[in-house]
Design a protein around this ligand. Structure first.
Ligand code: FRU
Length: 495
């Protein structure tokens, strides 16, 4: 039965999506049907399609009462909206259906698990969110919330863990058919920990153990965990709040963290080996992965960061927030690597290619322009010219605006900069990352989709993502070298 609140949201989104012209939203990055979007939720493969749900407030371009929006796709690039899946309409989730995940049940239904939020008046008169985990089962369109919700609440949290920060369950199914989930929590030391739970059927859940703990190493609360095997290792991805910077690896505020380690399923012991950022750009948070039917581990993140949401300004374009390009994950040389999903190559058209361009000063190359493009660059030293000092590519450019990526080989630093993209807000517009290169040789792949840029470095060793709201007419691209750079360019339109 569709509740009144869900029915209202469904009618509202259907009537209101029409006021957003297709050209005024991203072409192949999922954006909300209408209103506000944050985290990806319930990323899954169900009955022959990928399903992606999202944190959703249809009524405003601001965060508000959290619903789950819903879309399906066969290639993760062309999306079809389905009616909103969840609304905050029960006593146990009346102040929000926060982030969560999806699995398939033994009887073929799809199970969603999410965090139900209830604001409670405290003894001192203040208000606090209490968070518990709830489930809903359905057919891929309509979901029925379980009458015994919540299935996990404060009684299931180990001693010292906070009932106010207990959220974002990510479930998976084991080979024996039973289920596990990881949930973000804040421990007595004020920092994040990840709790592991198990269930025989998806409805009855039991606490197992603390899978990993921050002990104040990485920010405060850890949001949106995901835990999965990849290339012989186990990857734990979390999104810490309130990070302190560490070199160019981690930056202040909301960040992303990837732990690479070994996991013993019998004892459920996780041993960390290495850590790194997931994305080194400005806008990326709360990623979630799916295991594709062909075995690929594919990740999508919210292409936004809480700290920079005001960058867009107050104008109401009908939508706010978008997802990243889906990324295929692998572990290479002990690091998490990401590549845009290969399905993107089917959208490539109008190839333009330049080889061995000797560049010094600024140039534009005939045919290299556009705001929906896939562009591969390889730069290196020109023989006999010594190491160049700096290489820059500017895009989304016209006489007034541009966004740039620049590389200084002597520092091994790559920088993205959207300061001149038309933004009128004092938020972070630049970010730098250490990258690997041999004698100035570097590979970049730049994906643009109207309101975003994602820069993949050295076949996915690093990614730097950002959103930009520059007018669409700004579609020039130019290259600038200080010193002499040898440049190869392959550019496609994405159609
Ligand atoms: C992360 C997050 C989650 C929470 C959701 C609420 O961006 O804060 O922890 O479930 O957003 O919308």
């Amino acid at each position: 039965m569709t509740s009144q609140r869900l029915g209202e949201a469904r009618r509202y989104e259907e009537a209101s999506e029409k006021r957003i012209p297709d050209e005024e939203r991203p072409a192949f990055h999922l954006s909300p049907r209408v209103g506000w979007m944050n985290d990806p939720n319930g990323f899954s493969w169900f009955e022959g399609k990928y399903h992606l749900f999202y944190q959703y407030n249809p009524y405003e371009v601001q965060w508000g009462p959290m619903h789950w929006g819903h879309a399906v796709s066969e290639d993760l690039l062309h999306w079809e909206y389905l009616p909103a899946a969840l609304a905050p309409d029960q006593v146990w989730d009346r102040d929000g259906c926060f982030s969560g995940s999806a699995v398939t049940l033994a009887d073929g239904r799809q199970l969603l698990m999410y965090t139900g939020v209830v604001r409670e008046r405290q003894a001192d008169g203040s208000w606090a969110d209490v968070q518990a985990q709830c489930v809903a089962a359905g057919d891929g369109v309509d979901y029925e919330k379980y009458e015994k919700n919540p299935v996990l609440d404060e009684k299931d949290i180990p001693e010292g863990g906070s009932r106010n920060d207990f959220r974002d369950p990510k479930m998976w199914q084991e080979e024996d058919g039973t289920y596990r989930c990881v949930i973000g929590n804040r421990s007595a030391d004020g920092s994040g920990q990840i709790l592991l739970f198990s269930s025989p059927d998806g409805f009855a859940w039991h606490y197992e153990k603390v899978l990993a703990a921050s002990r104040n190493r990485f920010g405060r609360m850890w949001e949106c965990p995901d835990f999965f095997p990849l290339d012989g290792k186990w990857i734990l991805i979390v999104s810490p709040q309130d990070m302190l910077p560490s070199g160019l690896e981690y930056h202040n505020g909301n960040g992303t963290l990837c732990l690479i380690g070994d996991y013993d399923k019998k004892t459920a012991e996780y041993e960390e080996i290495a850590n790194q950022s997931v994305d080194y750009g400005i806008d990326f948070y709360a990623p979630q992965t799916v295991l594709a039917p062909d075995g690929r581990r594919i990740m999508i993140g919210w292409l936004q960061n809480w700290d920079t949401c005001s960058h867009r300004g107050q104008r109401d374009e009908g939508w706010f927030g978008q997802m990243s390009i889906p990324r295929e994950l692998s572990v290479r040389n002990g690091r998490l690597c990401q590549k845009p999903i290969r399905e993107l190559e089917r959208m490539r058209q109008n190839k333009v290619e330049y080889e061995n361009v000797a560049l010094s000063g600024a140039v534009r190359l005939e045919g290299v322009r556009g705001r929906r493009i896939d562009m591969e660059l390889e730069i290196r030293q020109e023989e006999g010219c010594g190491l160049y000092r700096k290489f820059t590519v500017c895009f989304a450019q016209n006489d007034s605006y541009y966004t740039s990526v620049s590389f200084r080989p002597d520092e091994s630093v790559l920088k993205v900069d959207r300061k001149f993209s038309g933004s009128r807000k004092a938020v972070i517009h630049q970010r730098r990352s250490k990258v690997r290169h041999e004698g100035g040789r570097l590979k970049l792949r730049v994906i643009l989709d109207r309101f975003s840029a994602e820069i993949f470095v050295n076949d996915g060793e690093q990614v730097l993502s950002l959103v930009l709201y520059t007018v669409q007419e700004a579609e020039d691209i130019s290259f600038i070298a200080e010193g002499t750079v040898k440049l190869d360019v392959v550019k496609y339109d994405l159609v």
